[in-house]
Ligand binder design. Structure first.
Ligand code: ADP
Ligand code: MG
Length: 924
């Protein structure tokens, strides 16, 4: 078949095909197309026709543009009735589909539901699934190191379900329900948020690809939600769903039905009045679009945000946890630095753990204990005859494990092919090794995971004995099932392979039995196989020969045995393909039944990989185990920035100490010139705390970390282009958030606050903010505050809890050398001008800035209280009215003098003299 994207009249021989060549009236096939399209107006319809998916009308125009394939038209001769069309071959469809979805389109895949050869009239067709940006299982789109979530958001109608049974009704209920599913792994979460900002924070943390919202919602909140969503997440696909699908009762029913339970108490979310409609609507949407088994979504997990160290969206971005601020690259983020995982499951868990650091001391220490064991090379294991430290042993085995979660999903969704099952088997084969290594550990957590790990021998054995190692991607072309798995198949295969031998054997046997020397077996289309006996030997024909045909010189016979053989051989190839396909589907379904065991093992593997990765990173980068506790102090000795230290030549990063407590070191004010390393020391402190609470070792000599409930950061003064707000507004939003929400267990990082406005405004705001933080709730909030306003250091005089630090620089000739060392005490200089010079600002501008600074620092003002700079500027640029404006007041004597002049009555000499006089007034 030619691989043209155009119309292929010969590719589908059914009658419908011929019909469409009469376009004047709508053909039955076109009618069917239009009916199906009607149901999927918001999607591009992939209409299966033989070996192609065809697209018509607008879909064809759009798809040909996006996919870069040729747009042709049905019925070119007749302009009036011509129909635009394009098509993609079905066996390569998934890459085209991926591209469309990646470009934000939804694709409805419509299949032929019966064999066209057997169809009477139009072949029955149905949409078997709708692929949307949030519901993708195609490898081409999925990033194996990240989950791909679809979310649903519901605003709880106020007043509804206000008093839950047993509740007093006085507690204010959460307002927003949020639910998320990753269909490629089966993960399902439910959460509730108190307000729209925390909802947006959560969406920022989970970064879903698609979100469902109520199309009928009219509340103002929804407008705000919609505008924030499109501003914050421009790539997010927003899907509006009918109000009914968010109905509480229907949603609950959908959940109960799916999980086959009587109530949701077992999942701990039965009281989530806002969450349940979100979760239910999501499940309904998935059922509607996938039209397949989704049993791999086997539990729903309440996400209690109070269990985790909270990070708002801007802090997460400021700290560059999963991507850099500039360029949004993974490379250069903390995640990329820490990621030493060997499996996609481990990589995804690492990312989640980084976004959800813990607050529970017990859980944190359990992880740290495991990481410590993996870090130390004390446990030695033997793998394939080699003795290795535990961590290396685990990592070498893990590197042979594929993405079990996503393989499992494909299996359950009925999409897995032979290669998927082989990959699954290869992964399961590693489980016994992992188990053996883990149970030999002394650490509790590792030992527990090991003891718990189901090695899934039964599934592995099933796949081992059934699926061929060299199975192709396709399911209809055979070569899937191993010999020895099914006797019927074996026989067919043997007939196909040995058919000729069998015939020859039969021929020889019959020849010997009948003593007819020239008896031979032949085949024709009408009679099939026959035994031919020449006329001369007819007398020797045995009585069990059945006469079938008489020729001039011979007669043809059949025997029951020959007929039986014939029935096996004829159509054996077809039978084989059919049987292999059926057996494969059976094996896949059997595997799918074990989905929950497979998922449990996958999650254990993720855990092992995550811990081993932390152990590996700790080794590679020389981290130490932090002492995490419930005190309220953060003491870091020789801390380093985990990402920046790697960007510098080895040993060049200058480590620094930080001591924060609630008695003498509550607020640290760090001054120093630009580029001194202020932001770095601030961020590294936040990162070290966060790493410790996720269970990681940290880049320091020693660290005592009192558990923190939230980390707030206000870092850098750059315009948040995504929010389309000015720098200063963003800065003040973030500041307001900090002042309103920080508790005595929070860590606040303020970097250059107040920079976005004039010096005095900025200074005043910064001052007031620090004052508030140091006194907040009587206890204050641990805060590190970096600023290049050295005037702020005066604040330390107002409270014992405020301490000044500076980052050392050394002056050398007219330049400065950065030492990056944090020292006690404030600075009295900003060195901005030296930094400007280092940055290449032209020499004359630097010199002029020096002059102005000198004037200001010396308090050099003229007799009218004006800075001398103003005078010199006006002298140099007398024609600049704006400058005059800036430094002139209404009772300015210069102005008064000018007002009194009458140029018409002045002689040129008068004018010149007056000019001299005015100039003299200005400089004095
Ligand atoms: P500031 O906030 O004071 O302007 P930054 O923290 O942004 O300065 O640091 C500027 C640059 O200085 C960093 O990009 C890094 O290259 C270097 N730097 C910062 N801290 C250190 C350090 N402790 N050791 C070595 N180099 C550092
Ligand atoms: Mg800075």
């Amino acid at each position: 078949m030619p691989l043209s994207t155009g119309w292929q009249p010969e590719m589908d021989k059914s009658s419908e095909e011929k019909n469409i060549t009469k376009p004047e009236k709508i053909t039955p096939m076109m009618r069917q197309y239009l009916e199906i399209k009607e149901q999927h107006q918001d999607a591009i319809l992939f209409y299966r026709l033989g070996d192609f998916y065809e697209m018509f009308f607008d879909d064809a125009v759009t798809a040909s543009r996006v996919l870069g394939i040729t747009l042709t038209s049905r019925n070119k001769k007749n302009d009036k009735n011509s129909i635009p069309l394009c098509g993609v071959p079905y066996h390569a469809a998934s890459s085209y589909l991926a591209k469309l979805v990646d470009n934000g389109f939804r694709v409805a895949v419509c299949e032929q539901m019966e064999d066209p050869a057997n169809a009477k009239g139009v072949v029955k067709r149905e949409v078997v699934r709708v692929v949307t940006p949030g519901l993708v299982t195609e490898d081409q789109i999925l990033d194996d190191k990240s989950n791909r979530y679809i979310a649903s958001v519901v605003r709880q109608k106020s007043g509804r379900n206000r008093s839950a049974p047993g509740g007093t009704g006085s507690k204010s209920r959460p307002l927003w329900g949020l639910s998320l599913i990753d269909i490629s792994t089966g993960e399902f979460m439910i959460a509730e948020c108190d307000d729209i900002d925390s909802l947006l924070d959560e969406l920022g943390r989970m970064t879903p690809s698609e979100i469902l919202i109520n199309e009928d919602a009219t509340e103002d909140d929804y407008d705000k939600l919609l505008s924030s969503l499109s501003a914050l997440f421009p790539d997010l696909c927003i899907t509006k769903r009918p109000a009914g699908s968010f109905d509480m009762d229907l949603a609950k029913e959908a959940l109960l039905d799916h999980f086959k339970v009587a109530n949701l108490a077992g999942f701990g979310c039965d009281r989530m009045a806002a969450g349940i409609p979100a979760a239910g609507s999501l499940l309904t949407y998935i059922t509607e679009t996938q039209k397949s088994n989704i049993a791999h979504i086997e539990q729903i997990r309440p996400l209690d945000l109070a269990d985790f160290l909270l990070l708002d969206d801007s802090s997460r971005r400021n700290l560059e946890l999963t991507q850099t601020i500039i360029g949004a690259n993974r490379e250069g983020s903390l995640l990329a630095t820490l990621d030493c995982t060997s499996t996609p499951m481990g990589a995804r868990l690492l990312k989640k753990s980084l976004l959800f650091p813990l607050k529970d001391l017990g859980l944190i220490n359990r992880r740290l204990g495991a990481v410590e064991q993996l870090f130390s090379d004390q446990v030695i294991v033997s793998i394939a005859g080699r003795e290795l430290p535990l961590r290396e042993g685990l990592r070498s085995v893990l590197s042979l494990v594929y993405d079990i979660e996503r393989l499992n999903s494909r299996v359950v969704l009925g999409k897995g092919n032979g290669r998927d099952l082989i990959a699954l088997k290869a992964s399961l084969e590693q489980l016994p090794f992992l188990k053996r290594m883990l149970i030999s550990c002394s650490d509790d957590l590792l030992k527990e995971i090991g003891a718990d790990l189901d090695v899934l021998c039964d599934i592995r054995d099933l796949l081992e004995k059934s699926i061929r190692e060299d199975a192709p991607i396709t399911l209809r072309d055979g070569r899937l099932i191993k010999q020895g798995y099914n006797s019927e198949l074996d026989e067919i295969v043997s007939i196909l392979k040995h058919g000729k031998d069998l015939i020859l054997n039969l021929e020889t046997r019959e020849r010997e039995r009948s003593k007819i020397g020239n008896l031979k077996i032949g085949f024709n289309k009408v009679f099939g196989y026959y035994l031919e006996v020449s006329r001369a030997r007819l007398d020797k024909v045995p009585d069990y020969f059945i006469r079938k045909q008489t020729l001039v010189n011979a007669e043809r016979f059949i025997t029951p045995e020959l007929k039986e053989f014939e029935s096996k051989v004829v159509g054996a190839e077809e039978k084989r393909l059919e049987l292999e396909y059926r057996l494969f589907c059976e094996i896949r379904a059997k595997t799918a039944e074990e989905s929950s065991r497979i998922l449990k093992a996958a999650s254990d593997i993720a855990g092992i990989d995550f811990l081993a990765s932390l152990g590996e990173a700790a080794r590679r980068y020389n981290y130490v185990r932090p002492h995490v506790n419930n005190d309220n102090e953060i003491i870091i000795r020789e801390g380093r920035h985990p990402v920046i230290e790697l960007s510098l030549p080895k040993g060049r990063f200058v480590p620094n100490d930080i001591h924060l407590d609630q008695t003498n070191n509550e607020v640290l004010i760090i001054t120093g010139p630009n580029m001194a390393g202020k932001s770095t020391v601030l961020r590294q402190t936040a990162l070290i705390v966060l790493m410790a609470q996720m269970g990681s070792f940290v880049p320091a000599k020693q660290a005592e970390i009192g558990i923190v409930d939230r980390i707030f950061t206000r870092v850098g003064a750059m315009d948040d282009l995504r929010k389309a707000q000015s720098t200063f507004m963003v800065e003040m939003n973030e500041t307001a958030n900090i002042l309103n929400n920080a508790t005595d267990r929070s860590l606040v990082i303020l970097d250059e606050i107040g920079r976005g406005t004039s010096t005095f405004d900025g200074l005043a705001i910064a001052w007031a903010v620090v004052e508030d933080l140091v006194n907040k709730n009587g206890k204050g909030v641990k805060t590190i505050f970096a600023t290049h306003y050295h005037e702020i250091t005066e604040l330390a005089r107002t409270s014992d809890r405020i301490k000044n630090y500076n980052i050392a620089v050394r002056e050398w000739n007219d330049s400065i050398i950065f030492l990056y060392k944090l020292l006690p005490g404030g600075t009295n200089r900003s060195y901005g001008i030296q930094v400007a010079a280092l940055a290449g600002v032209p020499q004359h501008v630097v010199a002029r800035a020096g002059e102005i600074l000198h004037n200001i620092e010396k308090g050099e003002f003229n007799i009218r209280g004006q800075p001398r700079i103003a005078a010199s500027m006006i002298a140099e640029h007398p024609s600049r009215p704006t400058q005059l404006e800036l430094f002139s007041t209404p009772d300015d004597p210069v102005r008064e003098r000018i007002d009194k002049l009458s140029p018409d009555k002045m002689t040129p000499l008068d004018a010149l003299n007056t000019l001299y006089e005015l100039k003299q007034m200005m400089v004095s």
